[in-house]
Design a binder for this molecule. Structure first.
Ligand code: NAI
Length: 332
């Protein structure tokens, strides 16, 4: 049985090849995104394995169905880039990796928070240039601050626990509060109240119709002046233009982004010799208090291993008509 991969990087190949030894699939890798332009590359394949910026719209899914693809395995948690209605109608099963290492993403959010605050990225470059001055490196104690969390699923829960360990007051909003977190000391509040009281706000909810631009002009206006905003979830949660205006007015004091609304044309590639057409990301990169990483929060050895194991297992089970051992891996 053959699985065709898109957006496959060397670290994907290495991990999947190693873990495939016990499954015995034939694995075909393409580094390019999945989209209408590459659909002809899909040949006699039982399953397609895709990633966060692959396009699985009606056109692509129809073509995949015509080519006999039975399963689309998302090797990520989110599936906002898949037209689920169309997949369902075509009988293509969609699976994902619901929780592969929530700690990997939560720890990256904390890394961004600490870097923005203590400016270790600037200090590193300064000292290498023999500039031992401390001017401009002033930070604040995270201990005692109020940290707001939007979405307390797997990643949000891990993030809350870390911030409780830092001695922060943690307030959260989720459609389904987690009683375990309440017991640990997290206070659930309405979304607007979280916006109002947070010194630091971290986003951990999925991107869907109800969360698209959940951080818009109105939400930002409710926040404390100089708030730190960290997004390791999906770029579409933030209205980027509104965030840029808020950076200019200093309403947002620090912005950490591991994801970006229009990352599809940029992230996961080396564009260092190219002219970047996207003026919005160029403007974001011009702020001294903005830190951008290119969707790397998941990138730990433990997470890659778990992604490969769950993906290969789910594809094996779906192609053999078995029920999934990781129940929440099944999307449709
Ligand atoms: P999860 O499904 O365990 O948790 C999501 C939580 O958000 C749930 O508790 C849900 O009730 C809540 N939620 C849904 N709608 C909401 C709303 N309107 N307002 C507030 N909360 C809402 O998902 P998990 O594993 O924690 O992942 C969260 C997101 O992180 C994923 O959807 C994905 O987009 C992103 N992610 C980013 C990665 C990266 O490398 N940067 C890697 C993995 C995930």
């Amino acid at each position: 049985m053959r699985i065709t991969f898109f957006s496959a990087k060397p670290y994907d190949r290495e991990t999947f090849n190693r873990l495939n030894e016990s499954f015995g699939f034939e694995l075909i890798y393409f580094e390019t995104h999945l989209g209408p332009h590459i659909i002809n590359a899909v040949d006699q394949t039982d399953a397609v394995c895709a990633f966060v910026n692959d396009k699985l719209n009606a056109e692509v899914l129809n073509e995949l169905a015509l080519k006999g693809v039975k399963v689309v395995a998302m090797r990520c948690a989110g599936f906002n880039n898949v037209d689920l209605e169309v997949a369902k109608r075509l009988g293509i099963r969609i699976c994902r990796v619901p929780a592969y290492s929530p700690e990997a993403v939560a720890e990256h959010a904390v890394a961004m928070l600490l870097t923005l605050n203590r400016k270790t990225h600037k200090a590193y470059n300064r000292v290498r240039e023999q500039n031992f001055s401390l001017n401009g490196l002033l930070g604040f104690n995270v201990h005692g601050k109020t940290v707001g969390v939007l979405g307390t699923g797997n990643i949000g829960t891990s993030f809350c626990k870390i911030m409780l360990g830092f001695g922060c007051r943690v307030v959260a909003f989720d459609l389904m509060p987690n009683p375990e977190l309440s017991k640990l000391g997290v206070t659930y509040l309405p979304k607007e109240e979280v916006f109002k009281c947070a010194d630091i706000l971290s986003l951990h909810c999925p991107l869907n119709e109800s969360t698209h631009h959940i951080i818009n002009r109105e939400a930002i206006a409710l926040m404390k002046k100089g708030v730190m905003l960290v997004n390791t979830s999906r770029g579409g949660l933030i209205d980027t233009k509104a965030a840029i205006d808020a950076l200019k007015s200093k309403q947002i004091g620090y912005l950490g982004l591991d994801v970006y609304e229009h990352e599809g044309q940029l992230f996961f590639r080396d564009l260092s010799a190219n002219i970047i057409e996207d003026d919005t990301i160029q403007r974001l990169m011009s702020f001294p208090n903005v830190l951008i990483t290119a969707h790397q929060a998941f990138l730990t050895e433990e997470a890659l291993r778990q992604i490969a194991v769950t993906t290969l297992k789910s594809v094996h089970e779906l192609l053999h008509g078995e029920s999934l051992s990781v129940k929440s891996a099944l999307v449709v």
